[in-house]
Design a binder for this molecule. Structure first.
Ligand SMILES: *Cc1c(COP(=O)(O)O)cnc(C)c1O
Length: 430
């Protein structure tokens, strides 16, 4: 595989951009390699600057549920751009997207658009603190809620590969306001509440953990979170930035019938453009400025291009059979992968849901951060490199989720299966 153009760009990038990338997980540090630079993407395929093609299972880390350059989305963006790229004044598509979100997620009565998932979660906890008059936030080990100061404590995603529990630069006083419990470990939550209950403003959780690889919630765990937060008058925030519109047309909360007080969104609702949103109960959301006095603003919030891309994406998904089709392909792929791993006598666990999956290089079921930590990341790195060489782009970290998109077809999945088989031949031979 020729990578000279990518390597050259990476060398220059490293001079001008910290680590050569604008988001840490894009660097291939966790898989001991250099990133490939992408020049174009269509459907489920990426093309790099050296002309290599890859079947993409990262899909921009979640937003591209329709695949790359979906014609409906591209047309919506082009049409919007011809009418102006930003108004700094309200426009109709903001209303349309807000209404679409509120209609799709029953617990969301009102919603505020922002520019990223990070902004959404930061704003949601400010609002939760204002509403409750309390300071403490409870999060879970291995959950990722963007890079806000309060969340960079035992966080998932890129934080998992740095091995630093709390990022330098986070003030101690702020870190002290974040409590950390174990995912799927309700007794660790109860312990915090017994000690600090009346001071806890909110519990924030990924209803499916998708930033330490894919870790499914025990259904009882989420139910208990709802019960305990209600009991203590704390707010429950579902961070559905990755799960929103991923498992069904709405939040994962729709499927499990639990209503959080606030929900954060991003990724899919922006159709590949920079977007986030937070919403929830009307009485809480009405505290946001200018209807209330909890300040939160954004020069580009509700940007017409992003609204158009998001609306186009949601229109394609609505009342379609895409969710079923992606799930069928995902499980077909997962079952083949299982057989291939077994044939190679490799220990593994595969977690799958809807259009998401993670192959963990470990021997025991993966239900918690501690389980995730048992993975052989060096082996994953070798697997990743062997796949890349064969034209399959898996996330450059053991702790990230693979996505099957609407643009993946059976032929792409079959090519992937072949590549996995060959890649494991190589990995096993050492
Ligand atoms: C991606 C993600 C975020 C952060 O969103 P950005 O747009 O990257 O700031 C927050 N929470 C979850 C659950 C995510 O997956």
């Amino acid at each position: 595989m020729k990578t000279s153009q990518s390597d050259q760009l990476f060398a220059i990038a490293s001079e001008y951009i910290p680590g050569g990338v604008n988001s840490p997980v894009r660097a291939f540090q966790a898989v001991q390699g250099n990133p490939v630079f992408i020049s174009e993407a269509q459907g489920c395929r990426l093309t790099d600057v050296d002309g290599n093609q890859y079947i993409d299972y990262v899909c921009s880390w979640g937003p591209l549920i329709l695949g790359h350059s979906n014609p409906v989305v591209v047309e919506a963006i082009c049409k919007a751009a011809q009418k102006g790229t930003s108004y700094g004044a309200p426009c109709e598509d903001e209303v349309n997207l807000a209404r679409t979100i509120c209609e799709a997620i029953p617990s969301v009565e009102m919603v505020r658009m922002v520019n990223s998932g990070t902004e959404a979660t930061m704003s949601a906890i400010r609002l939760a603190r204002a509403y409750t008059g309390r300071q403490l936030i409870l999060k879970f080990e291995g959950c990722y809620h963007g890079h806000g100061d309060s969340f960079l404590i035992k966080a998932g995603s890129g934080m998992m590969t740095t091995g630093v529990p709390t990022s330098p630069g986070v003030p101690d006083v702020l870190a002290a306001q974040t409590l950390v419990a174990g995912y799927n470990d309700i007794s660790s939550v109860e312990q915090h509440f017994r000690q600090h209950g009346p001071d806890i403003a909110a519990v924030i959780v990924e209803p499916i953990a998708a930033n330490m690889g894919l870790v499914m919630p025990d259904p009882q765990f989420l139910k208990e979170l709802r019960r305990i937060t209600e009991l203590y008058g704390s707010l429950l925030i579902f961070d559905e930035v990755i799960t929103g519109f991923r498992t069904c047309f709405g939040g994962f909360q729709n499927l499990i019938d639990i209503e959080p007080d606030l929900t954060t969104l991003g990724k899919i609702i922006g159709g590949g453009l920079p977007v986030g949103a937070y919403g929830g109960r009307g009485d809480i959301m009405k505290m946001v400025s200018p209807s209330g006095d909890v300040y939160q603003a954004g020069t580009l919030s509700g940007n017409p291009l992003a609204m158009a891309a998001g609306l186009a994406t949601l229109e394609v998904l609505k009342d379609s059979d895409w969710y079923d089709r992606m799930e069928v392909l995902n499980y077909y792929l997962g079952n083949k992968i299982k057989t291939i791993f077994e044939n190679h006598d490799l220990l593994f666990e595969i977690n799958q849901l809807a259009s998401m999956f993670t192959v963990f290089f470990t021997e025991d079921p993966v239900n918690s951060f501690a389980d995730v930590k048992t993975c052989d990341t060096e082996l994953y790195g070798r697997f990743h490199r062997a796949l890349l060489k064969r034209g399959v782009y898996f996330p450059p970290s053991q702790f990230e989720v693979c996505f099957v998109s609407c643009a993946h077809e059976l032929t792409d999945i079959d090519l992937t299966i072949e590549a996995v088989n060959e890649a494991l031949d190589e990995v096993v031979q050492g």
